[in-house]
Ligand binder design. Structure first.
Ligand SMILES: NC(=O)c1ccc[n+]([C@@H]2O[C@H](COP(=O)([O-])OP(=O)(O)OC[C@H]3O[C@@H](n4cnc5c(N)ncnc54)[C@H](O)[C@@H]3O)[C@@H](O)[C@H]2O)c1
Length: 352
């Protein structure tokens, strides 16, 4: 069987899932881990039995036998230099969202990957959930006719909001709605987003920072289809990293309603009260299976290298998502719609 050697940079929460998925994937021979927190490195190493561990990811990049790198480090500003260095070291790269902090950085790494004929993909894990794939299929096969309007509303617990706002000033659009914008843009391709309007509200995190609690984003596509995506991160602390999501898609010949609020499994104990297992966005291991999309996504990327197949999430798609959430933040700041595409590749843009 054909095998590759894989490195994981930043095996924290998501990177730990990637490392465990790689460790049991028959297409992976050697596993290498780079992590700057020694206690976390030791924890994941004990679970995955890697060939090497280091606190300096450049050591993995210098190893010619390593074929592919998963970048799961935070803060998110580390992604661009890590992608660039990995591609320049001739490695295929999978990076958690966001691909980078600016459009310029995204353009640079996309161009290096193309020039070197290396795979580059971005972690939009929700595409690997069966319920989400079903929406994609129903829109592609025409079973609900022409799409008219699509809504995704997602809220996660405040521990995630705390973690995210502690390390970055990025908005709910950039950090959370990015998944659902990617999902709907994917479902609606080849339609293109042409207009974005967004509003934020903040009453909780605003006490100590300039981070909003919630953001609504409305996008108009070039055929008139409308998208509404909501993202918030202040749900009360309940089940660790709980995420609830509701999807409505209305078309000319039908409609789809998807409940992804995870109320189908309720675990109630005297010690901990009501808990919602298997309700996190990446998913979690349960005994001998993985409940959630991140393992399937990891396996898919490895197979795309082994069999030279196209990756599920093209980097140009992640760039388009970035264009939309940057426009959303600008719209929220200015209180007016922003037209797409934007011509400025560096950052905040002029509304036309
Ligand atoms: N796809 C999803 O569902 C999903 C869900 C949550 C987070 N994410 C994304 O995944 C990424 C990771 O998020 P997380 O919550 O797992 O973060 P985390 O903070 O739990 O893990 C990141 C790890 O990177 C390590 N690190 C930082 N700098 C490093 C360096 N130079 N070298 C090696 N290790 C380094 C940190 O010590 C930490 O252990 C983020 O980009 C986030 O936006 C994706």
């Amino acid at each position: 069987m054909k095998q590759i050697n894989v490195g994981i940079i930043g095996p924290g929460w998501c990177g730990g899932i990637r490392a465990n998925a790689c460790a049991i994937n028959p297409h992976v021979d050697e596993l290498h881990l780079a992590e700057i927190r020694p206690e976390r490195l030791a924890e994941v190493a004990a679970e995955t039995n890697p060939i090497s561990t280091t606190d300096d990811y450049h050591e993995i990049l210098a190893n010619d036998s390593v074929n592919a790198i998963f970048i799961s480090a935070t803060p998110e500003s580390t992604h661009y230099p890590m992608i660039r260095d990995s591609l320049l070291a001739e490695k295929h790269v999978f990076v958690e969202k966001p691909i980078s902090s600016t459009m310029e950085e995204a353009d640079e790494v996309i161009s290096i990957a193309e020039q070197k004929n290396l795979k580059l993909s971005v972690g939009y894990s929700q595409r690997f959930k069966p319920k989400f794939a079903f929406v994609h299929k129903a829109l592609k096969d025409g079973s609900i006719g022409e799409p008219v309007t699509c809504l995704v509303s997602r809220n996660v617990t405040r521990e995630l909001g705390d973690k995210i706002t502690g390390r970055t000033k990025m908005s709910p659009a950039a950090m959370e709605a990015t998944h659902d914008l990617d999902f709907l843009l994917w479902c609606l391709r080849p339609r293109k987003p042409v207009r974005v309007y967004s509003q934020q509200s903040g009453k909780l995190f605003a006490r100590d920072s300039d981070t909003p609690d919630h953001q609504w984003i409305m996008v108009t596509m070039d055929d008139g289809t409308t998208i509404t995506v909501g993202a918030g991160w202040i749900l009360p602390l309940g089940y660790k990293n709980y995420s609830q999501c509701w999807i409505e898609v209305v078309g000319t010949d039908g409609a789809l309603t998807i409940d992804d609020t995870h109320k189908e499994v309720q675990f109630n104990t005297v010690g901990s009260g009501i808990q919602y297992p298997m309700s996190t966005m990446p998913g979690e291991p349960v005994d001998h299976v993985f409940a959630g999309p991140m393992k399937a996504e990891t396996d898919h990327f490895i197979e795309s290298i082994i069999y030279d197949r196209p990756v599920m999430v093209k980097p140009s798609e992640a760039r388009e998502v970035m264009d939309v959430y940057v426009a959303a933040d600008l719209s929220a700041e200015r209180g007016e719609p922003v037209l797409l595409p934007r011509n400025d590749t560096s950052g905040p843009i002029e509304a036309e």
